[in-house]
Write a protein that binds this ligand. Structure first.
Ligand SMILES: [Zn+2]
Length: 313
């Protein structure tokens, strides 16, 4: 079973314009640096970002079908409290994600976005799971909170009671979001204090990957990491990516890592199908001196993620 353990479904109304504009600026910067022209914010939004919008999930499913991906875990984002509210309320965002899981029950698992600083954060999570059909909790601490804060602990108690996993963003991110909240070490107390909660750190921690891998190897069985977003490293320097993944497997174990795309945005860096094939072919194609087994690759491409929800292959 192939599982994309971390991706998103975008519509304009689930995130405030503060972020969309910043994302457009990043794209413009990329165009200028690579001498590909200098489009305006509006041109980037219309020409590049609008085609990524997917109001009924059909683009995600089509890409999964074309790439040979069985299931996707989709992550709702609750950034509104931190960077300005989106057109949709947090409840409407979680309801939208839950509706996609209901529409594609064998393909999609929805994680609810909750900023624990909201006064009714615990109820938001409860509604997302019991009324809207979400089956996980997504934290994006870069909106301005520490995942091990007092407010967060109330939400995590609820998550543990509901028996759902937490996936928390790790690693540096563009403004207006704030990177300092997204260091792996802020998951440490959570793993100690919530022994029955499955905790997944996102993106292998990006530049903090060694901190994340160290933490996993120190923290028994409930801590995992997805390596979505690592397409950027893999494309820039394939050997460096392979070295990092091998070091992660050696120090922790392949059973602790989950493949993912963080799509739709990284489709432009390496398309889903090529990213999947790149990982599938690691037992044959890793650079000299680095070896991966088929068992390790089968585990990270789906078996590990399937176990979290008890899916049978
Ligand atoms: Zn993400």
């Amino acid at each position: 079973m192939i599982i994309d353990a971390h991706c998103h479904v975008w519509t304009w109304d689930i995130i405030s314009d503060n972020y969309w504009n910043e994302l457009a600026e990043i794209a413009i910067d990329f165009f200028r640096k690579n001498k590909l022209g200098s489009p305006t914010v509006e041109q980037v939004k219309k020409g590049i970002m609008d085609p990524m919008m997917d109001a009924d999930g059909s683009k995600l499913i089509a890409n999964m079908d074309a790439s040979g991906v069985d299931r996707a875990f989709i992550m709702a984002l609750d950034w509104g409290y931190g960077i300005g509210e989106a057109e949709k309320t947090v409840d409407e965002i979680n309801q939208f994600y839950g509706s996609l899981a209901k529409k594609y029950p064998d393909r999609v698992v929805a994680f609810a976005g909750v900023d624990p600083r909201r006064a009714d954060a615990v109820d938001i999570l409860d509604r997302a799971v019991n009324d809207y059909g979400c089956r996980g909790l997504k934290y994006h601490p870069t909106a301005g909170f520490y995942p091990d804060s007092k407010e967060s602990y109330k939400v995590l108690e609820k998550a543990q009671e509901l028996n759902i996993p937490l996936l928390s963003h790790l690693g540096p991110i563009s403004k207006p979001l704030k990177s300092k909240y997204a260091r792996p070490v802020y998951l440490d107390s959570i793993v100690s204090d919530f022994p029955r909660l499955t905790v997944i750190g996102a993106h292998l921690g990006f530049c903090w990957w060694h901190e994340m891998v160290n933490l996993i190897s120190a923290k028994a069985t409930t801590l995992y990491a997805d390596f979505s977003g690592q397409q950027v490293t893999a494309r820039r320097n394939f050997a460096e990516f392979c070295h990092m993944l091998r070091a992660a497997f050696d120090e922790a174990a392949a059973s602790k890592f989950l493949w993912g795309t963080d799509n739709p945005v990284l489709e432009a860096v390496i398309p889903m199908k090529d990213w999947l094939n790149m990982i599938k072919e690691l037992p044959e194609n890793a650079p000299d001196g680095i070896k991966f087994t088929k068992e390790e690759i089968d585990a990270v491409l789906g078996e590990n993620a399937a176990k979290i929800f008890g899916f049978k292959s």
